[in-house]
Write a protein that binds this ligand. Structure first.
Ligand code: COA
Length: 371
């Protein structure tokens, strides 16, 4: 029988620096009252110059591995979902792989905007279900503060930085990820996009002048789309697991806007006390929002082993999706993981590999000249 993908570890990381709505009102023509009443957001965390998507992802990943009691070199696969990668390439997942010392893992990035974590979770789970891997690290990490136009009040008030990660492990019991829904509609790609910097519009003086390297959004249309698909995806994922909405203990939605979440739950006839919301403190951290909200729900005792939880999200693409998970916890007999030690060891290993690569090139180079 195919193994199931159990979630055995979880971790999050957010930058220390906090930007309140009042701080934003000093940058653009907005107010705390407007932002709170339209979105529910009170503050967001913003990366410092030393922080980046990979550094937040590394911290969240080590926290998740510590909970799971899994050493980085036990990982077979790392999927990093992000729309604000460190570079176009190499993948941010490879930087994380190197920095945590996951010597046996393949690593790649996945881009499905704010729905990315759900897609990544499902891909990780399917890799386990297929029997080809046993231990997967799924990350959602963003520093969208680097991609928003800080002069555009329509977008800059919405987003925040952060990262979250889950460890998935193969287990025989029917638990963990039970079903998932993944959908997209590219015809709405222009509603939320970052036009330049890719192969279609490479960076040029003109693209910079036209501010095409920043997020652009049609807020009203995204709002309408989001309220429709959140309810749809939730119903579909529950059906796919042969369950009903009454069987669901908790919903962890993408944390974009309180009004979107409320409207979706209203149409599902689910009360707000079965839903996790923490966007007032983090803003929309895109693909990191669901794992961050999950970590807090566990911390607050709202999500417990045995609970059935639906993760549901939407985002640019357009993309949307949901995953239904029977929550578990670390497998018994876990080993102690000391994140600090692994970080140090990984840094040393990475340095040693770079030096060896140089030496190798030097020796091989001489060898070629000799021929
Ligand atoms: N402060 C003050 N006024 C603002 C503002 C801000 N930060 N942002 C926009 N406004 C203004 C607009 O310019 C507009 O003024 P106008 O009528 O003079 O043109 C007015 O507020 C109303 O704009 P509107 O777009 O109708 O507001 P809204 O109620 O739809 O709320 C959003 C705007 C962006 C909060 C809302 O549409 C939304 O949340 N959309 C979804 C966005 C999202 O979640 N994106 C991420 C997807 S993963």
């Amino acid at each position: 029988m195919s193994p199931y993908a159990h979630i055995t570890g979880w971790g999050m990381a957010v930058p220390e620096r906090v930007m309140t709505n009042d701080d934003l009102a000093k940058l653009v023509d907005t107010s705390d009252e407007w932002i709170q009443s339209r979105t529910g957001i009170q503050q967001r965390h913003i990366a410092s110059d030393e922080e980046s998507t990979a550094s937040l992802a590394v911290q969240a990943s080590l926290n998740a591995l510590e909970v799971a009691g899994l050493h980085p070199n036990d990982l077979n696969l790392i999927i990093c979902s992000t729309s604000s990668p460190e570079h176009i390439f190499p993948a941010t997942a490879c930087l994380v792989q190197d920095r945590i010392g996951a010597t046996n893992a393949g690593a790649f990035d996945l881009l499905a905007a704010c729905t990315g974590f759900i897609f990544a979770l499902n891909m990780g789970a399917q890799a386990i279900r297929s029997g080809s891997v046993r231990n997967v690290l799924v990350i959602g990490a963003e520093t969208l503060s680097r991609l928003v136009d800080w002069t555009d009040r329509n977008t800059c008030v919405l987003f925040g930085d952060g990262a979250g990660a889950f460890v998935l492990q193969a287990g025989p019991q029917r638990s963990g990820v039970l079903s998932a829904v993944m959908r997209s509609d590219g015809s709405g790609g222009d509603l939320l996009n970052l036009p330049a910097g890719g192969s279609r519009l490479p960076a040029s003086e003109e693209t910079v002048k036209q501010r095409l390297h920043y997020i652009q959004m049609n807020g009203r249309e995204v709002f309408r789309f989001a309220t429709r698909v959140m309810a749809q995806a939730t119903e579909q994922v529950v059906q796919a697991a042969n369950l009903t909405l009454q069987d669901i203990d908790l919903i962890v939605p993408h944390q974009a806007n309180q009004r979107i979440i409320e409207a979706s739950l209203r149409s599902l006839k689910i009360s707000m006390d079965r839903c996790v919301i923490n966007l007032e403190r983090y803003g929309n951290t895109s693909t990191a929002s669901i794992p961050i909200a999950t970590c807090e729900a566990i911390q607050n005792g709202r999500l417990k082993a045995g609970d059935k939880v639906v993760f549901v999200g939407f985002g640019a693409g357009l993309t949307w999706g949901a995953a239904l998970v029977q929550w578990g916890g670390p497998f018994p007999g876990v080993r102690q993981v000391l994140p600090f030690r692994f970080r140090l060891y990984a840094r040393f290993r990475s340095l040693a590999r770079r030096i060896l690569r140089r030496l190798d090139a030097l020796v091989l180079g001489r060898y070629r000249e000799d021929l």
